[in-house]
Design a protein around this ligand. Structure first.
Ligand SMILES: Cc1ncc(CN)c(N)n1
Length: 216
């Protein structure tokens, strides 16, 4: 079985609880309170600034040029495509400019977990750590799309993460995770699973923080 299939089995309970979260349920039916979405968007714009850089740093560690280019492209997309989605919501909902937003605890922890993993852990583990960010968003986007609600104010978010463009990036990131896993040791494959599970838990916590207004 591919490493990615095994990894998903390990996070299935986390993913199931993500789908049951009030944040996701209410995003799906369009009833999510604006202040909770605002909290999420503001934290997420900070997250993406750092995530984009973590992806580029991971690319810089790649031995293969194509892998480096793919990760630079992922970083660019985080900063351009996903940030454009945020900018449109910032305008629509009249949110504070990025510079004035402090990173709250979960965002801070997730960003620094990814950056330190990329900086200090083997590249295999870093690839596993960045994967839930792609894969869980795609799955959640597709899940929400199945039960679409008319005039959902959060439709642009749903469209971004259920798009073919986003799916292509997910497939590439999964490909690199499997490639790394196939060419490494059992001990490192285990560390890769741990990183994949940890980042998935942080994805849950990120939405939970927005719903419960978790601040310092
Ligand atoms: C916290 C978080 N995780 C994942 C994604 C999707 N790249 C995101 N925008 N924000």
């Amino acid at each position: 079985m591919k490493w990615t299939n095994q990894a998903w089995e390990k996070i299935q309970p986390i993913y199931d609880s993500i789908l049951q979260m009030p944040f996701i349920q209410e995003l799906q039916n369009g009833t999510l309170a604006l202040d909770k979405f605002q909290f999420y968007m503001q934290q997420d714009s900070k997250y993406l600034e750092h995530y984009g850089r973590a992806l580029a740093a991971l690319g810089a560690k790649a031995k293969d040029n194509q892998m480096a280019l793919d990760f630079f492209e992922f970083g660019k997309n985080a900063l351009i495509v996903e940030s454009a989605l945020h900018a449109s919501y910032f305008e629509e909902f009249g949110l504070q400019p990025h510079a004035e937003i402090p990173m709250e605890p979960v965002c801070h922890h997730y960003v620094h977990y990814l950056k330190s993993t990329v900086a200090y852990d083997p590249i295999e583990v870093a690839v596993a750590a960045i994967l839930p960010c792609f894969w869980i968003y795609q799955e959640v986007g597709n899940y929400i799309l199945q039960k679409e609600t008319a005039n959902n104010p959060y439709q642009k978010w749903i469209d971004t993460y259920s798009s073919e463009e986003f799916a292509e990036g997910v497939r590439k990131a999964q490909y690199y995770a499997d490639l790394m896993a196939d060419n490494t040791t059992e001990a490192l494959r285990k560390q890769m699973f741990e990183a994949f599970v940890k980042a998935s838990q942080l994805e849950f916590q990120f939405w939970n923080a927005a719903y419960t207004n978790r601040i310092w």
